[in-house]
Design a protein around this ligand. Sequence first.
Ligand code: FES
Length: 107
Amino acid sequence: MPKITFIEHNGAEHTVDAEVGTSVMETAMRNDVAGIVAECGGGCTCATCLVHVDDKWYPVVGQPSDDEAYMIDGAFEITSTSRLACQITVTDELDGLVVRTPAYQGR
Ligand code: FES
């Protein structure tokens, strides 16, 4: 089972098991990771599941779709590796993934 590490803005780290086929957002919610709100439940319409993918992992995770990029543009505290966690599907390739949560989720 792949493991994902979430790092909160205050530095707190959570390394959790992730089920292949679910999303990074669902993984965070199932494991009570702070900093992910996910108001729309994964519909790509709220941008409150924003994460910053570790630089090393961004090429593996890949770039957002046009719809996702539009939502990210309006989010708070974005970086060049920001993604919406609900739009990242867990695969075996993502074992060891590191993402950071922002200080605030919102648009
Ligand atoms: S949960 Fe709403 S955009 Fe990801």
